[in-house]
Design a protein around this ligand. Structure first.
Ligand SMILES: [Zn+2]
Length: 472
C-alpha cells in the first residue's frame, strides 16, 4: 500500500511540476480583469468589476508560472476542468500603499480600482488573489470562476485609439521582449513635442544604466501621446487642481512627493491600445516627486526649475523603475522608524535586496558574498546617522531646499565613498526604512542614496531575473 501511495505521489508531483503549455490553455490575446479593492486596516475584500478582451498577449508564452515570487499579492489562474495551475504572477497594489496610512489606521473604509492581466483563457478558469500574511505566506482572499466563452462576461468592444502611439525602440515581437510603455500626464496638445523629447530622454537614461544598458535588446519601448486639457498635475496639498488625463497627483496618501493616480480605469483604457508589460508615467510638472509599485507603474516628475538639479529626475525615474519593474525595496532608512512598524521579528522580507538574515549561510545573496567580507558588514553607520537630524529638518518643498541640502549631500557622499567595504557585497545594517535589523547588500546603490550611483550587484541580478522572466 505504501508503495502504491508513493507511486501516485510521484506521478502527481511530476504532473504538477510540468510547465503549462500556452497553446493548450490560452489564445494570443489579453484578458484584462478589473476589480474593486476595498477595506481598512486589518480587512480587505475584492469585488469583480469588468473583464475586457484587450489585444495581443505581450507577456511570456513559456514562463506562465511566476519564477520570481516578488510582491505583496499573488495572482493565480487554474484550469477548471483539470484543476491545473496554468498562470501566476506576483504584484503589489495601490490598496496596499494606502493600507498603512493614518486614514486606514483610523478605520476608514476605502475602495481603489485595480487591474490584473492574464493571457486569454480558452476555457473556464478559476482566478484567485492571495496576500502575504505577516509571516510572508500567501493566503487566498479572493476567488472567481471566469468563463471566457460567455459572450456577456467579457467586453469585446474594439476601442478606437484615442491618442497617437509610437514604437520608440523596436527589438521584435512583444512575446519575447519587455514592452515598456511610456505615457505622459499633464502635457497639453501644444506641449506634445516636449513629451516626445522627454520620452526619448528617459528611455536613453534607462538604457544608459546597468543592467538595463546590457539588456537593451530585450526591450521594446512604446509611447502614447496622451493629451491633457491643462498643463501640470494636481497638488491637493496646495489646493491646486488640473484637468490632467491620467489623474496623477502629488500628495498621494498624505505624502507631498508621492505621485500616483487613482484613475486606474482611464489609465488602463489608454494603455491597452499597445501591448505593454510595464508602464512609466512622465509627469509634466516641476515639483520633485515620483512613485513606483511592483508590477503596476512608475511615475516621475519630468520638469525642473532648479538649475543644475536636472539629474534628480533621471535619478527618480530609474529608482522608481527599480521598485515597479525590479521588485526592489528602498534601501534608505531613518532611525525614527522602528523595526516593528514594518517588519515581523524573524521574518525575511520578500524584496530581493533586503534581508533580516545575520547568518552567512541563510543569506539569500550568499553566493555573491566574498568569504573575506564580514557579515554583518561594518560601515560608517554612526557618521551617517549623525547627519540624520539635519536630514530630517530639510523641507523638500521650501525654496531654499537645494541650497540647504547640498552640504549634507556632500557629507553623505564622503561617508559612502570612504566605507571600508565599498564596492563589496555584504550585509550593511539600515535598509527598508529602518535603522536596525534590516540589511542592504552594498554600502551604496540607486535604491539607497539620492545620487546617480548604479544598482548594486544584488539589485542588478534581481532586475536581470525580471527581464529573463519576459524573454527566456
Ligand atoms: Zn523608493
Amino acid at each position: 500500500m505504501r508503495t502504491l501511495i508513493l507511486f501516485f505521489f510521484t506521478v502527481i508531483t511530476i504532473l504538477s511540476a510540468q510547465a503549462p503549455v500556452f497553446d493548450r490553455y490560452f489564445s494570443d490575446r489579453t484578458l484584462r480583469v478589473d476589480y474593486h479593492h476595498t477595506g481598512t486596516k486589518g480587512t480587505e475584500l475584492f469585488a469583480l468589476d469588468k473583464l475586457y478582451d484587450e489585444g495581443i498577449w505581450p507577456g511570456s508564452r513559456t514562463q506562465l508560472l511566476d519564477p520570481l515570487n516578488y510582491g505583496e499579492y499573488m495572482l493565480r489562474v487554474f484550469d477548471v476542468a483539470s484543476g491545473a495551475l496554468i498562470y501566476s504572477r506576483g504584484y503589489s497594489s495601490i490598496f496596499n500603499e494606502w493600507h498603512s496610512t493614518d486614514e486606514a489606521n483610523a478605520g476608514i473604509m476605502k475602495t481603489l480600482h485595480e487591474t490584473v492581466r492574464i493571457p486569454f483563457p480558452k476555457a473556464k478558469v478559476q482566478l484567485t488573489i492571495s496576500r502575504r500574511d505577516k509571516r510572508m505566506i500567501f493566503r487566498e482572499l479572493f476567488s472567481a470562476v471566469i468563463d471566457p466563452n460567455d459572450p456577456a462576461a467579457v467586453n469585446r468592444q474594439r476601442r478606437t485609439p484615442q491618442f497617437k502611439q509610437t514604437k520608440l525602440v523596436d527589438n521584435g515581437a512583444p512575446s519575447a521582449k519587455v514592452d515598456l510603455l511610456i505615457l505622459g500626464d499633464g502635457y497639453t496638445k501644444a506641449e506634445m513635442q516636449k513629451f516626445r523629447d522627454h520620452a526619448k530622454h528617459y528611455s536613453d537614461v534607462l538604457f544608459g544604466t546597468s543592467p538595463f544598458k546590457e539588456r537593451r535588446k530585450d526591450f521594446n519601448v512604446w509611447t502614447i501621446e496622451v493629451e491633457s486639457a491643462e498643463s501640470g498635475i494636481d497638488k491637493p496639498g496646495k489646493n491646486e487642481w488640473k484637468e490632467n488625463a491620467l489623474g496623477t497627483m502629488y500628495d498621494t496618501f498624505g505624502s507631498a512627493r508621492y505621485i500616483l493616480t487613482e484613475e486606474n480605469r482611464t489609465l488602463r483604457d489608454i494603455a491597452g491600445q499597445v501591448p505593454y508589460d510595464a508602464i512609466a508615467i512622465l509627469v509634466n510638472d516641476n515639483r520633485y516627486g515620483g512613485g513606483g509599485i511592483y508590477n503596476l507603474y512608475t511615475t516621475c516628475f519630468a520638469n525642473t526649475d532648479a538649475k543644475g538639479m536636472e539629474w534628480q529626475m533621471d535619478y527618480v525615474f530609474v529608482h522608481e523603475l527599480g521598485h515597479s519593474f525590479g521588485g526592489l525595496g528602498d534601501e534608505y532608512y531613518t532611525s525614527s522608524v522602528s523595526y516593528t512598524d514594518f517588519y515581523q521579528s524573524g521574518v525575511e522580507p520578500w524584496e530581493p535586496n533586503l534581508t533580516a538574515a545575520t547568518d552567512r549561510k541563510e543569506l539569500k545573496w550568499s553566493s555573491m558574498v566574498d568569504p573575506s567580507t564580514p557579515i554583518p558588514t561594518p560601515w560608517n553607520k554612526q557618521a551617517y546617522d549623525s547627519l540624520e537630524a539635519l536630514r530630517g529638518r530639510l523641507d523638500r518643498l521650501a525654496p531654499d531646499y537645494y541650497a540647504k541640502r547640498e552640504p549634507l549631500y556632500q557629507a553623505t557622499q564622503e561617508i559612502v565613498k570612504n566605507a571600508e567595504y565599498k564596492g563589496k557585497v555584504g550585509t550593511f545594517e539600515g535598509a527598508g526604512y529602518v535603522s536596525k535589523g534590516i540589511f542592504r547588500p552594498a554600502v551604496d546603490c540607486r535604491m539607497f542614496s539620492l545620487s546617480l550611483v548604479g544598482f548594486d550587484p544584488v539589485c542588478s541580478a534581481a532586475i536581470n531575473k525580471v527581464i529573463d522572466s519576459f524573454t527566456r
